[in-house]
Design a protein around this ligand. Structure first.
Ligand SMILES: [Fe+2]
Ligand SMILES: [Fe+2]
Length: 148
């Protein structure tokens, strides 16, 4: 069963951010499915590393946009990114594919955190960015393609 699914409710109105969010959720869902299906441990670990790398790149993109457009809540938003990154790295260090209950708890935590962050903090950021830097609302060339 899909755990990390895109929902239009997550749309924030900045095409770059929306494309990256959709790709992030797709990556997370693919990885969750690989774990659930008992994929080889090496590929599960590689998938987790890719997911964390993509998340960090996405956070860095948002942080660049916030700096460029002088977002007043930059520090608070970045602190949320830093907390999730730390949590994801802790999970990566402790990850054991066979610890199903612990993994399920962590998947739930990551999903809740990601979707809440997108629906609240990223939405607030996007409202500001769309006003301060209207060029960011321009649809992407090759729409739907992830930017990373
Ligand atoms: Fe985001
Ligand atoms: Fe964010």
């Amino acid at each position: 069963m899909a755990l990390f699914t895109w929902h239009p409710h997550y749309t924030v109105g900045i095409p770059l951010v929306d494309a990256e969010h959709a790709h992030l959720l797709a990556l997370a869902d693919g990885w969750h499915a690989a774990v659930a299906q008992g994929a080889p441990e090496d590929s599960i670990r590689a998938g987790l590393a890719s997911l964390i790398d993509y998340t960090r790149a996405h956070f860095a993109h948002e942080e660049d946009l916030m700096i460029r457009c002088r977002y007043p809540d930059f520090r608070k938003h970045k602190a949320e990114h830093d907390r999730l990154t730390e949590k994801a790295l802790q999970f990566q260090r402790a990850f054991r594919p066979e610890r199903i209950a612990r993994n399920a708890e962590m998947f739930r935590f990551l999903k809740d955190w990601l979707t809440l962050h997108m629906a609240n903090s990223d939405r607030c950021m996007a409202v500001y960015l769309g006003g301060a830097c209207p060029d960011l609302k321009t649809p992407l060339a090759g729409a739907g393609e992830p930017a990373v």
